[in-house]
Design a protein around this ligand. Structure first.
Ligand code: SF4
Length: 218
């Protein structure tokens, strides 16, 4: 039923020309889609407005929903390891998600992650746009297909774009982009790889992509 609900979008809750702190304060009031209802709290972002690299994920997970911080669960640990391995200082990174509330399905006591629908990505986009303005990053890294969809405003096949630095004018985006974009895999994908060698190779590829992004952040 939730799929059929009207989603006004976040625009009316996003303060104009706001800094990151103001955005973080305003986000809990957002009713731009129905996801706020079942989530514990909004999960906005982490990092300084002065960061040169913005990493955009999909949505908060179970842990993030409970703690109110992005990337504090298992995927966040993979990402932190990859950032360190790429030699990128953590204070130079701003972390956020395409969708700011946790979407899940209840199965007994468990809450199972459910991918956000395109309607949720669109509804939440005004927050991401406001973050682009407030942070003005030198490079945006989209982690996974949902983030890439949110950043570029169109469906994206990760395999086609992965690891390439897309300049704002040439990225084929539906809206103006704040900076070059690099699309890579979401760190949670690594958690689903059972074979240790394959997982190590995927980790190396993620690190390589982050290095490419860092060298494009001028
Ligand atoms: S997911 Fe985004 S648009 Fe929907 S209520 Fe949360 S902050 Fe607002």
């Amino acid at each position: 039923m939730a799929e059929l609900e009207a989603r006004p979008g976040a625009e009316q809750w996003v303060p104009a020309a706001a800094g990151v702190d103001e955005l973080r304060l305003a986000a809990p009031q957002c009713r731009g889609c129905e996801l706020w209802r079942d989530a514990t709290q909004v999960v906005f972002s982490r990092g300084r407005a002065s960061a040169s690299m913005m990493l955009v994920g999909e949505q908060p997970g179970d842990r993030e929903d409970l703690e109110g911080e992005p990337f504090v669960g298992p995927a966040g640990r993979v990402l932190a390891d990859a950032v360190d391995a790429a030699g990128i200082p953590r204070e130079g990174i701003y972390l956020t998600n395409a969708v700011k509330h946790f979407r899940f399905e209840r199965r007994g006591k468990r809450r199972i992650h459910e991918k956000p629908a395109v309607g949720h990505i669109v509804a939440c986009h005004p927050w991401l746009e406001a973050e682009f303005e407030a942070v003005d990053p030198s490079i945006v890294v989209a982690l996974g297909a949902t983030a890439a969809r949110a950043v570029l405003g169109r469906p994206v096949r990760i395999g086609q774009l992965r690891g390439k630095v897309l300049l704002p004018d040439a990225a084929g985006s539906a809206s103006a982009l704040p900076a070059p974009i690099l699309v890579t895999t979401h760190p949670s994908a690594l958690l689903r790889i059972e074979d240790a060698d394959d997982r190590a190779a995927a980790f190396t590829a993620l690190v390589d992509d982050l290095r490419t992004a860092a060298s494009a952040a001028v």
